[in-house]
Write a protein that binds this ligand. Sequence first.
Ligand SMILES: *[C@@H]1O[C@H](CO)[C@@H](O)[C@H](O)[C@H]1NC(C)=O
Ligand SMILES: *[C@@H]1O[C@H](CO)[C@@H](O)[C@H](O)[C@H]1NC(C)=O
Ligand SMILES: *[C@@H]1O[C@H](CO)[C@@H](O)[C@H](O)[C@H]1NC(C)=O
Ligand SMILES: *[C@@H]1O[C@H](CO)[C@@H](O)[C@H](O)[C@H]1NC(C)=O
Ligand SMILES: *[C@@H]1O[C@H](CO)[C@@H](O)[C@H](O)[C@H]1NC(C)=O
Length: 414
Amino acid sequence: MSVFVLCSVLFIGLVNSASAQDAPDEAPKAEAPMNEAAPAPKAEMSAPYNGLVLTLNDQWSLKFSGQLNTYFVANMQEGKDAIFGVQNGLLPASLNVSPMFKASSAVTISGNFGLYLGIPASGVDNSKSNVALDFSAVDIRSLSFSIATPGGTFFLGRDFGQFGLDAILNDISLLGVGGNYSFANPQHTTLGGIGYGYIYADRLVQINYTTPTFGNTSVTVGIYDAINDFGATSIATGIIGWHAKAKTDQKFGENVGLYISATFLAQYRSVLSGMAIGWDAFLKFNVYGFSLIGYIYGGDGIGDVGLMVGGTKTNGSGKVVAASSLGYYGQLSYTIKMAMPLTIGVFYGASTIDQGTGGKSDVKASTRITGSVALAVLPYLILRAEFTNQSEQKTLPAAAPKANIVNVGATFAF
Ligand SMILES: *[C@@H]1O[C@H](CO)[C@@H](O)[C@H](O)[C@H]1NC(C)=O
Ligand SMILES: *[C@@H]1O[C@H](CO)[C@@H](O)[C@H](O)[C@H]1NC(C)=O
Ligand SMILES: *[C@@H]1O[C@H](CO)[C@@H](O)[C@H](O)[C@H]1NC(C)=O
Ligand SMILES: *[C@@H]1O[C@H](CO)[C@@H](O)[C@H](O)[C@H]1NC(C)=O
Ligand SMILES: *[C@@H]1O[C@H](CO)[C@@H](O)[C@H](O)[C@H]1NC(C)=O
């Protein structure tokens, strides 16, 4: 049961919500969700697609962006009957509405309302499975605005944290299905590769500041409101978390590009009477249609699935201390540029956490391998098939068993 609650809590919003407010120089955002097989409608070298923008006058515009997806999923667990389902993949459907006000040639204010919707009829609070005469739930995961000035950009509100963000935005299963957490009882998300190579970035209530870019390099620093352990009933008050990110995006001619980022996160956790810390590093190298990604993260007291979900253990003297996390993934994909661009790719990820003698001590690492084929039959209409082999997830009590998963479906992104 708690699995399903977790699924609805560890919800994924769409990439687009992150792109909604940002300057076009934000590499991974401008690319997502179009970075795979969906070409811009015109020439290949045209500007990145940035949503449907209605321009009202010189100052005001309104942007709509989002996607809808549906997958058929077959799930083969060792020693059990196969489970079949029709459901959302890693992403629920999403709709981002962004009013933008150009105050002057140098200052733009943009807001974002990010609505996320699951296709199963699962009640207003998403607590049930698909039931007769019920309806799908709406979750509002992003509410934010940003102020872009020549001196940098300020971002205020609720949206993704910096830690782990590039990892999930570039997972080849972002617009697919990935691993299994809740196929038997589909909710809004399968959680993709979360807990198998990266930790969910989560939506943090935050204020951050990003420096202007110097040679496509920038630094973001921010504070966020404390997040409590999953299921915690007490509220952490008066505690602020910190995060920072540095990134650089370099192009070497038309066909070669390198993107590197690193983040740091720290938050006091009362359960530890001390700080939880996390760090990660991400590298993406694009060369003539190939895209190679390497990602690694580590931390103490942050958990291995969602930020501050677990991440503690009891030591020899019965004291609750931080559990150390370490994980990584590698991904290689290739896009064949033709009338219907085809992207094939493979992802391998592993997450480990040192829980001492606690937890599933027989599961050394939560591993997942996914092969993916995506065909953009029309601009913005992507058909996708995936095969995934996953180990049991190490820390989630009943969820994410050892399984082979096959899924086929489509995404309409706009
Ligand atoms: C602040 O955080 C948000 C949410 O992750 C991100 O989209 C944005 O790029 C960050 N920085 C600025 C200045 O907006
Ligand atoms: C998928 O995960 C859920 C737990 O969230 C489990 O109930 C179900 O049996 C799994 N399906 C398969 C085929 O492994
Ligand atoms: C900076 O990024 C933009 C957009 O990706 C690109 O067009 C430009 O070539 C980059 N500049 C450098 C120096 O890499
Ligand atoms: C358990 O943690 C406490 C607090 O950090 C420490 O004082 C104690 O020595 C630890 N016990 C063992 C057996 O590691
Ligand atoms: C996944 O692959 C591993 C390694 O080949 C294998 O041991 C395991 O049985 C596979 N899982 C399933 C559910 O078949």
